[in-house]
Design a protein around this ligand. Structure first.
Ligand SMILES: [Fe+2]
Length: 295
């Protein structure tokens, strides 16, 4: 009983600390109004507990969503429900080339060289750039295809969606634990929305040395004891409790995860360039470029 009370107090303490930090860093009340503070408090306390204890509700088995190229959305829905993560699918290589050219305005190689120089100078191992979805008609066409919209609506159980896209470039560096936490290289889970999923697209080939994305399968369903706390945990605590899926794949690989399960980017020895798109139920903007839509 005492342990449960202690855990509850820790959850509340973590929630308050996180909200203060987010408000300072991202100015959430300016982007969403004062009510967003209560929404965030709810998400980071009651919602965590509800999701951990009652996350059993199945999505209707009779759903029908057509495939988008290789992406089989019925399979994605089933895998996200059961394991919290999908398998790897491949997009057409031409689409990846178009996305690279559109985002980097036809200066893909030189932009990376510049970004790498800046990171080395600033002693950083990861840079994240928000993507305005309008900037890439190819990416926009994928995200707003009928199949994607139908899947988002079914999985998020709402027609109100917030979308946030960013490009993340990681390079090797001798990073401290503090930096690893900041760069999402420790296992952690996200609770930015009541329901959420992430869609990743690799823009370069990612093997073990490039810091593949890793997911603790089934951790979106149940987190025992301390693991319910929304904090980064040492690898061993997660690897002892769950099976880890590592996403290694070619530069046109893409996959989906439920952000409520433990995940991270393995610290790289070589470079990794990945687009990450967050889809959240409800309208909460974390960044200026986040995009609201009703489907
Ligand atoms: Fe995350």
């Amino acid at each position: 009983m005492l342990t449960k009370i202690k855990l509850l107090l820790k959850i509340i303490f973590d929630a308050v600390r996180k909200i203060i930090k987010l408000e300072k860093l991202l100015n959430l009340t300016k982007l969403n109004g004062k009510l967003s503070i209560f929404k965030l408090f709810f998400l980071n306390t009651i919602c965590i507990l509800l999701k951990n204890n009652f996350n059993k509700k199945k999505i209707n088995n009779n759903i029908s969503i057509s495939n988008y190229g290789e992406i089989n959305f019925i399979e994605v829905t089933k895998n996200l429900e059961e394991d919290g993560c999908s398998k790897i699918y491949n997009l057409e290589s031409q689409k990846i080339n178009n996305i690279k050219n559109e985002i980097f305005e036809n200066e893909f190689e030189s932009s990376l060289v510049e970004a790498k120089k800046a990171m080395i100078k600033e002693k950083k191992t990861r840079s994240s750039f928000p993507i305005k979805i309008e900037k890439s008609p190819t990416l926009k066409k994928i995200i707003f295809s009928n199949q994607f919209i139908e899947f988002s609506k079914i999985f998020l159980k709402t027609d109100k969606i917030t979308l946030s896209a960013s490009l993340s470039y990681s390079i090797y560096g001798n990073t401290s634990n503090r930096e690893k936490i900041r760069e999402a290289q420790f296992f952690h889970y996200d609770i930015d929305y009541k329901n959420q999923f992430k869609f990743f697209i690799y823009l370069n080939d990612v093997g073990l040395e490039n810091g593949p994305h890793q997911y603790a399968t089934k951790s979106h369903k149940k987190k025992n004891g301390m693991l319910i706390l929304n904090r980064p945990f040492p690898d061993k605590m997660i690897t002892d409790s769950y099976n880890i899926k590592s996403y290694e794949g070619k530069s046109n690989s893409c996959f989906f995860i439920d952000g409520f399960g433990y995940h991270r980017g393995l610290p790289p020895i070589n470079e990794r360039l990945v687009i990450g798109i967050d889809f959240g139920s409800d309208f909460i903007k974390y960044y200026e470029n986040d995009y609201f839509y009703k489907v």
